[in-house]
Ligand binder design. Sequence first.
Ligand SMILES: NC(=O)c1ccc[n+]([C@@H]2O[C@H](COP(=O)([O-])OP(=O)(O)OC[C@H]3O[C@@H](n4cnc5c(N)ncnc54)[C@H](OP(=O)(O)O)[C@@H]3O)[C@@H](O)[C@H]2O)c1
Length: 446
Amino acid sequence: MEDRLPDTAAPQPKPLRIAIAGLGTVGAGVIRLLDTNATLIAARAGRAIEVVSVSARDRSKDRGVDIGRFAWEDDMTALARRGDVDVVVELVGGSDGPALALSRAALTAGKGLVTANKAMVAHHGLELAQLAEAAGVPLKFEAAVGGGIPVIKGLREGTSANALTKVYGILNGTCNYILSTMERTGADFADVLAEAQRLGFAEADPAFDIEGVDAAHKLAILAAIGFGTRIDFAGVRVNGITQVRAADIAQADALGFVIRLIGEADVEETPAGPRLLQRVRPCLVAKGHPLSAVDGATNAVVAEGNFSGRLLFQGAGAGDGPTASAVAADLIDIARDEVGAPFSIPVAQLAAMPPAEPGHRTERTYLRFMVKDRPGVLAEITAAMRDGNVSIESLIQQGRGHDAGEVMVAMVTHEGQEANVTAALALLEGSDSLTGDPLVLPILPL
Ligand SMILES: NC(=O)c1ccc[n+]([C@@H]2O[C@H](COP(=O)([O-])OP(=O)(O)OC[C@H]3O[C@@H](n4cnc5c(N)ncnc54)[C@H](OP(=O)(O)O)[C@@H]3O)[C@@H](O)[C@H]2O)c1
């Protein structure tokens, strides 16, 4: 078949002109993707997406992509002032500092903003959304949650007709890699973390990941979109995975569970009005639960809608390709003039929901104590449980722990109020039978 020459007389739609700040893993990935898939992107977007200008710290660094064809700005906020740019793409990172300054400048100057920066959206998302709405320009952050998984689109568009009852999932690939590797190899936390750092699955400073803060950023974003609430990062209760031992994972396995760091959010109706519960904590996940099969650096989000039922979004939560895919999807939406409120509902209509107090909620719990190997300790623990009104379903006393003279006592409780477990543990506080803080892991319902 003969190729048809383009009809040069027909007016070509104007390209969407973008500037990219940050040319690291994600920034270079976006350039590579826009180059590789330029034809199909232009066809789907209805016009070309053209990089006009870029900025990073070091102009001379080899980034594996040709950046010589783009105008370079030493000062990235200059990208926001360029008359030849429609949308600024912020891929620098950090909740405040230059990323925030650039984002404010871009929106104030009437440019659209696309960002992968969950920390900035979690802390300043409302302010940025207000700036975007005031200027009538798009603000999009699909890549900020779950890397390549279109979960923000899923909640903003796919489930938009539903009242969500719950959003939860595995939101941090580093923690999931560590926990699933501990499970597979039997190695302890510190050794697997060191290996993850060596392989590039964990940052040199892993605190944000292993202490649950990164997952909390993402959860706060999902909760705001899913429940139509003002984003409330400070309201997330956060526990990381640093206390989980190989012995806990082995114990969980014997009981039919795996351990995963789960971020979960729901809305509770109370006589004083609705309350938002957001928390990130390691949980026991039954082997039949869809999240139990999520291994390695993969992320997964479950959304439960009142008409859709349970939906599972799963995929690569990080990496240059998946994250670039999400950034480019936002750009294609903007090129198509599909804008919409950043948090699905205009900022003025988002509900300000106080945090829920979960003490009266019921769940089954795994409790683990490291204790001195001496008579009477087990009786002391079970007495505290009895006095706290915690009913024990099964109790396991294991052999020696890390230190001589230390043993592990693990138990699973019957379903009961969270406040009862807290009260029972308070009775053991300061006991010299315990050699460390107890570990409390809720059991995720199926
Ligand atoms: N990596 C992922 O898989 C992933 C996944 C989801 C979301 N994200 C988010 O995407 C964003 C970027 O992450 P990344 O992994 O691509 O980071 P990265 O590889 O560290 O790249 C950061 C880029 O920002 C530039 N930069 C940093 N500070 C700067 C400053 N003060 N002035 C000018 N440029 C500066 C760096 O310049 P130089 O290169 O010149 O040093 C670098 O190009 C972050 O918000 C991150 O949370 C990342």
